[in-house]
Each structure stands twice: as structure tokens, then as C-alpha cells.
Ligand binder design. Structure first.
Ligand SMILES: [Zn+2]
Length: 76
């Protein structure tokens, strides 16, 4: 069964919070898509760099691990 409701949930692309059209503090239309934000500051951040926030595959939890050369205390 399909439900169409006006208070659908959207994800704030900036902070990841789930907002609905009713709770969103701001919205922006970008590339024919509407994005909803929990706060004006999130909207401003998005507008400053939309592509950066829309890049889907951000590497989460994968910090660039530096391979430590090991503690080479070559003692004589
Ligand atoms: Zn937000």
C-alpha cells in the first residue's frame, strides 16, 4: 500500500537530521529538487557548498589510517 502524505520526512543534507515539511526551518530548491533544513544555518551552509553536501559517498568512519613505520629503536 502506498501512502502519500504531505508531512514526509526529509534528511537535512547538512547535519543529517530528519525534518519534515512541517518542521523544516528552511528549504532550498537546488537542481529542481527541494531540500529541507532544520535551521537557517544549515541552509546557509548548504548554499555555500551544495555539491559538497550532496556528494553521496562520503567516506564515513574510514579515517585515512597512517601505517606506522613501527617503533624501530634499533638498540645495539
Ligand atoms: Zn540541520
Amino acid at each position: 500500500m502506498k501512502q502519500r502524505s504531505n508531512d514526509m520526512n526529509y534528511k537535512d543534507p547538512v547535519c543529517g537530521m530528519v525534518v519534515s515539511r512541517l518542521t523544516a526551518a528552511a528549504d532550498v530548491e537546488y537542481r529542481r529538487k527541494t531540500y529541507y533544513f532544520c535551521a537557517q544555518v544549515c541552509r546557509d551552509a548548504f548554499l555555500a557548498d551544495p555539491q559538497g553536501y550532496l556528494r553521496a559517498h562520503r567516506q564515513h568512519g574510514m579515517p585515512p589510517k597512517k601505517v606506522s613505520a613501527g617503533e624501530y629503536d634499533a638498540k645495539p
